[in-house]
Design a protein around this ligand. Structure first.
Ligand code: F0G
Length: 369
C-alpha cells in the first residue's frame, strides 16, 4: 500500500508505523466499525496505569492502588476515546458538522477530531465556567465557540434542539459511538492487570464514562479476557451530586467545573451500573477533592484536573470499606494543565517572584547560603 496523507483513514503500513495504532485499530473487533469506516485518529488510548503507593499507604491492608492516567490522551482527557469513534462514524455517514455542549473537555476533543476529520465543530459552553486550557484548545483547533449565559444543563438542552432542527450531528455522550470508544479504557485496565480490579473509582458528571467502563468490563469478561467484574464506585462533587441525592440539582456548584452538572444525561444507565456491580455513589466536598489533587501532584508527581481527583478523594473517603488485599483503580480523566488557574489558586507552594539576578540572593532563597 502506498502511503497517502489523503487516504480516508490516513493509513500507514506496518513497516511505516510500528507504534500504537489508536484505539479503533487496536480494539476494532470490539467496535462497530467496518472497512467502510474512515478512521479519524490522533492515536489516542494506551494511557498508563500508574501505581500510587502513597495513596495505598493511607488505606493500608496491603491494598494496591493505581491511577488510569487518561489525561495523557492527545487533547488531555478521556474524551478522545469517545471522539475518535463519534467523528469517524460521522464522517462515514457523510456529515459535515458536529455539535456538543461541554464543561470544556468534550469541546476540546470534538474540536480536535472534527478538524482532523475535515468537519466543522460547534461547541456550547457555560460562560465563565470552563477552565482556561480547554477554552484555548477549542479556539485553536478552530471550533465555533459559543458561551451561553447558563450552566452545562442549559447548553445541553440547546444542543439537543439544534441537532434536531439543523444539519449538525450531536457528539455528546447520547451519541452511542462515544461510549463505544470510551469502553476501551476498561479493556486497557484489564490488559494491564491481567484481570479486572476489585474497585473502579471514577468521577461522574453526565455519567457517560462510568457506563462505558462497565460496558467494557462486561464485554471483556464475556470474551474470557477477565475472570471478575469490579464494584463501580462513582463520585460526584457535593455541590453537584444529583446521582447521590437522587434529585435534580438546579444550581450545581463546585471547584471541579468539569463535573458541574445538575441533570446527568446518562442517569438511568448509571443507576443500572451501580446496581449490577453492587457499587456505590458518594459525594466528596471541594475540600476533599482539592486535598486529593494536591496529594497526587505533591506526593506522586501526577498532575490531574480537580474533577479527576474526585476519584481518589472518593477512595480515601471510603477507605474503611476497601477489602484486604484489594486492587483498586482510580480513573484520572483529565490533565492538570487543562486548569492552570485552579492549580495556582490551590497550591500550598508559591514562586519567589521578582528575584534579583544575583548569585548569593538565589543561593539564600535556596536555603544554601
Ligand atoms: N472528568 C472530567 C475531567 C470531565 O471532563 C468529565 C466530563 C468527567 C470527569 C465526567 O465524565 O460526564 O462521563 O460522567 N466532562 C464533560 C465535558 C461533561 O463536557 O467535557 P461523565
Amino acid at each position: 500500500m502506498v502511503f497517502s496523507p489523503f487516504a480516508p483513514d490516513f493509513a500507514l503500513t506496518a513497516t511505516q508505523h510500528q507504534g500504537w495504532p489508536g484505539l479503533i485499530r487496536q480494539y476494532r473487533q470490539f467496535l462497530p466499525v467496518t472497512e467502510a469506516t474512515p478512521i479519524v485518529t490522533l492515536h489516542e488510548g494506551n494511557t498508563p496505569l500508574i501505581p500510587v503507593p502513597t495513596v495505598a499507604a493511607e488505606i493500608g491492608r496491603k491494598v494496591q492502588v493505581y491511577v488510569k492516567y487518561d489525561g495523557l490522551n492527545p487533547t488531555g482527557s478521556f474524551k478522545d476515546r469517545g471522539m475518535t469513534m463519534a467523528i469517524s462514524k460521522a464522517k462515514e455517514a457523510g456529515d459535515h458538522a458536529v455539535i456538543c455542549a461541554s464543561t470544556g473537555n468534550t469541546s476540546a476533543a470534538a474540536a480536535a477530531y472534527a478538524c482532523r476529520g475535515g468537519m466543522k465543530a460547534y461547541v456550547l459552553i457555560p460562560d465563565g465556567y470552563v477552565a482556561l486550557g480547554k477554552l484555548a484548545q477549542a479556539l485553536l483547533y478552530g471550533a465555533e465557540v459559543i458561551a451561553i449565559r447558563g450552566n452545562f444543563d442549559d447548553c445541553f438542552s440547546l444542543v439537543r434542539q439544534l441537532a434536531d432542527h439543523y444539519p449538525v450531528t450531536l457528539v455528546n455522550s447520547l451519541n452511542p459511538y462515544r461510549l463505544q470508544g470510551q469502553k476501551t479504557a476498561a479493556f486497557e485496565v484489564v490488559d494491564a492487570l491481567g484481570d479486572a480490579p476489585d474497585w473502579l473509582c471514577i468521577p461522574m458528571g453526565n455519567a457517560g464514562n462510568i457506563s462505558a467502563y462497565w460496558m467494557g468490563f462486561c464485554e471483556y469478561q464475556e470474551q474470557g479476557k477477565s475472570q471478575r467484574l469490579p464494584k463501580m464506585m462513582g463520585f460526584q462533587a457535593a455541590g453537584s451530586a444529583p446521582l447521590v441525592t437522587g434529585e435534580l440539582c438546579r444550581d450545581p456548584q463546585t471547584v471541579a467545573t468539569a463535573i458541574r452538572i445538575g441533570n446527568p444525561a446518562n442517569w438511568e444507565k448509571a443507576i443500572a451500573v451501580r446496581e449490577a456491580s453492587q457499587g456505590q455513589f458518594n459525594a466528596v466536598s471541594d475540600g476533599e477533592i482539592l486535598a486529593a489533587y494536591r496529594h497526587l501532584a505533591g506526593k506522586e508527581g501526577i498532575f490531574c484536573e480537580p474533577a479527576s481527583a474526585a476519584s481518589v478523594a472518593g477512595l480515601l473517603k471510603c477507605k474503611d470499606q476497601v477489602p484486604d488485599g484489594a486492587t483498586v483503580v482510580c480513573v484520572l480523566t483529565g490533565n492538570g494543565l487543562k486548569d492552570p488557574d485552579s492549580a495556582i489558586a490551590n497550591s500550598d507552594n508559591q514562586a519567589h517572584t521578582g528575584v534579583a539576578n544575583h548569585l548569593e540572593t538565589v543561593a539564600h532563597l535556596m536555603g544554601m547560603a
